[in-house]
Unconditional design. Structure first.
Length: 149
């Protein structure tokens, strides 16, 4: 189980980047998003919800494994947040780039209620839910920017 939690929480090792592990983890989410983007929207949403629940569950193990809350090695939360960001966004290199930058902006700044989840839930849900909120903000911003482009 330790090896499984390690691979999942670090998103195949991207969380081991010496700097900006969240950014590297988000880059690692792009191929997964591109694979899922071919799904019909209802199935994409169902998969994203299931993946988010999985990320919460495995992040609990990750916190035990790394001995700290929301370790920088845990980047599966960025993957879930990026999937939320890209919900119903037409696939193009421009939309992926905009979604990437919008997600990173909102993930780093943590506008409410993301900051509340980050500070008050000290478990796998807290690790993931702040990224889901950032993903919702980033999704709205990405849709608006793509409409302007």
């Amino acid at each position: 189980m330790r090896r499984f939690a390690f691979v999942a929480t670090t998103w195949f090792g991207t969380g081991l980047a010496p700097v900006a592990s969240g950014t590297v983890g988000t880059v690692g989410a792009i191929p997964f998003y591109l694979a899922l983007s071919r799904l019909p929207l209802p199935l994409y949403l169902l998969t994203t919800v299931a993946f988010t629940l999985f990320a919460c569950w495995v992040s609990c193990f990750g916190e035990e494994l790394y001995g700290e809350h929301d370790s920088g090695k845990i980047v599966i939360d960025e993957v879930a947040g990026f999937l939320v960001t890209m919900t119903a966004v037409a696939v193009s290199w421009q939309s992926v780039l905009v979604g990437f930058f919008m997600f990173r902006l909102f993930d780093v700044t943590k506008p409410q209620p993301a900051r509340w989840f980050d500070r008050h839930l000290k478990n796998g849900y807290g690790v993931v839910l702040d990224d889901i909120v950032a993903g919702v903000y980033a999704c709205i911003a990405t849709h608006l920017i793509m409409r302007l482009l």
